[in-house]
Design a protein around this ligand. Structure first.
Ligand code: SF4
Ligand code: SF4
Length: 160
């Protein structure tokens, strides 16, 4: 178990996580969380306690990726802890440390390449036409421009 006592101070400098230290562990966030309602292992209060206790292993785990960003917890927190924004800050730190779950990495790749979360092909469009549905644009090059790292790797592939 890794402990980093200043973890909470580092995070509270990040936009959205400023009020982290206001948490008095009331559990309102967990009580209203729809993900928690489906899976008792998920617990936003626990995520905050882990941060306060300097438990940096939270960055390598699955929990921070289960949040749906519904903002229920953030709206209800009596201490104005921006829980959803804090989880986004944790995700950003996790990615910076190389902890990107394979499923999320794949989704990012699809969004960068196709402008959507899944690949659409000519085959799909033919099926749509048969059903009387409009043909959809297959990819959006403009979207790739907001993924500079992805564009660089595509350029390298093209140079080969
Ligand atoms: S609702 Fe707010 S104060 Fe209560 S446990 Fe969650 S983050 Fe802490
Ligand atoms: S924003 Fe995330 S942690 Fe908060 S209630 Fe919604 S799913 Fe749960």
């Amino acid at each position: 178990m890794s402990r980093k006592p200043d973890f909470k101070y580092i995070l509270s400098q990040i936009h959205g996580a400023e009020n982290l230290l206001n948490c008095y562990a009331c559990g309102t966030c967990t009580a209203g969380c729809p993900v928690r309602a489906l899976d008792e292992r998920y617990n936003p209060r626990k995520i905050i306690r882990m941060v306060i206790l300097g438990r940096t292993e939270i960055l390598a785990g699955d929990e921070i990726w289960l949040c749906t960003s519904c903002y229920t917890c953030q709206e209800r927190c009596p201490q104005d802890v921006k829980i959803t924004d804090l989880i986004v800050a944790l995700r950003n730190l996790a990615v910076a440390e190389g902890h990107l779950p394979p499923g999320i990495a794949m989704q990012s790749k699809f969004v960068a390449e196709f402008g959507r979360l899944y690949e659409l092909s000519d085959f799909d469009n033919k099926k749509r036409e048969k059903l009387g549905l409009p043909v959809l644009q297959i990819s959006f090059k403009e979207v790739a421009q907001v993924f500079p790292e992805h564009s660089k790797s595509k350029d390298k592939e093209t140079e080969k």
